[in-house]
Design a binder for this molecule. Structure first.
Ligand code: TRP
Length: 331
């Protein structure tokens, strides 16, 4: 029997954080043995907010190298850059014509980003979920692993797929969101009520995958905690709970084991231990990423092979769509 298909993507904007690593990339590595995986670097989504071209290019390469360094196997998965496969933009157009402006205006992320980028509320920002629907539906996946913040976009993808299927006949598989729990809940070190974000303005709030050991330890030392002295998970202790969660995620243990490890210890020692654990876990990945970035020939060949595979898979769906909507292809 064929494996089920899994599709996901990450934007090459902002520096990736340990939240992205623990929540997304590391899970993908685990999933590649079980599913036929398509992993994209969503550079077309990235330009919905202003990007510095040279930086966008560099971050795309860095992200590809990071995937590989984390253990994504290009023989088993299709790893590619979204803009290298033209079917994404093409399907997005067709889907635009069955998606309502009102639906897009109601999207939580659109509303948030419109507030944040009030001087650049462009059509792409509003259309972002439709492009994401196109990404996904082209590959007929069963599952779409995403963080909780992207769940609404997978839901609208399902609505659009169902609508298209109803109007034109069975065309798309309706995918299931697969919300990644572990690690997805890593919070800001400065405001532990908020998710750790790659676009946080406060650099101390997020630990980036590119941070060196000293920087990582410094950020953990400055992490917000509370005024009592107990190291345990509790809704009233958001900062400490977050640090315990990060430790468990990087030491590969349960939250209860993490609590046991630090019972009776002081906050200072605890923070140092969390920082060291994270830094030591990241070191081999960072080194392999550097090695890959210095071998562009290999990196480019992997991405080209990925784009070719993605091209073939996506063409199949796009041709079907074009036929169904009545685009003339010779009679
Ligand atoms: N919007 C997603 C994010 O910012 C990235 C993304 C683009 C994506 N296309 C996708 C995720 C398709 C899953 C499936 O996290």
């Amino acid at each position: 029997m064929e494996n089920k298909v899994l599709y996901s993507a990450v934007q090459p904007s902002g520096n990736l954080t340990i939240g992205n690593y623990a929540g997304a990339i590391r899970n993908w590595v685990r999933m590649q043995s079980e599913f036929d995986c398509f992993f994209a670097i969503a550079d077309m989504h990235a330009i919905t907010v202003r990007q510095e071209p040279a930086l966008l290019r560099r971050r795309t390469a860095e992200l590809a190298a990071l995937y590989l360094a984390c253990g994504i196997d290009p023989e088993r998965c299709t790893l590619y850059v979204q803009s290298q496969v033209s079917a994404h933009a093409e399907l997005a157009w067709a889907l635009n014509c069955i998606t309502y402006v009102g639906e897009m205006e109601r999207m939580t992320q659109f509303k948030d980003k419109s507030r944040k980028h009030a001087d650049n509320i462009n059509m792409g920002l509003m259309d972002y979920p439709v492009l994401m629907a196109a990404d996904i539906l082209l590959y007929q996946p069963h599952y779409v692993p995403v963080g909780a913040d992207q769940k609404q976009h997978v839901e609208i993808t399902r609505d659009i797929a169902i609508r298209f299927n109803n109007r034109y006949g069975e065309t798309f598989r309706v995918p299931e969101p697969y919300i990644m729990k572990e690690g997805a809940s890593i919070k800001s070190l400065q405001e532990p009520a908020k998710k750790m974000s790659k676009s946080d303005e406060n650099a101390n709030a997020s630990v980036y995958l590119t941070d060196d050991k000293d920087t990582i330890i410094r950020k953990f030392k400055r992490a917000v905690t509370d005024s009592d002295n107990e190291i345990r998970v509790s809704p009233e202790k958001a900062g400490i709970s977050n640090l315990l969660n990060i430790y468990a995620s990087f030491a590969g243990c349960s939250l209860a084991e993490a609590e046991n490890t630090f019972r009776g210890k002081g906050y200072g020692d605890f923070k140092l231990a969390v920082g060291e654990t994270v830094a030591d876990a990241l070191a081999p990945v960072q080194e392999e990423q550097r090695r890959l970035l210095s071998d562009k020939e290999y990196l480019n060949s992997v991405l080209q092979a990925g784009a070719e595979r993605a091209f073939k898979a996506s063409r199949k769906t796009l041709s079907k769509v074009y036929r169904k909507i009545g685009f003339y292809r010779g009679e």
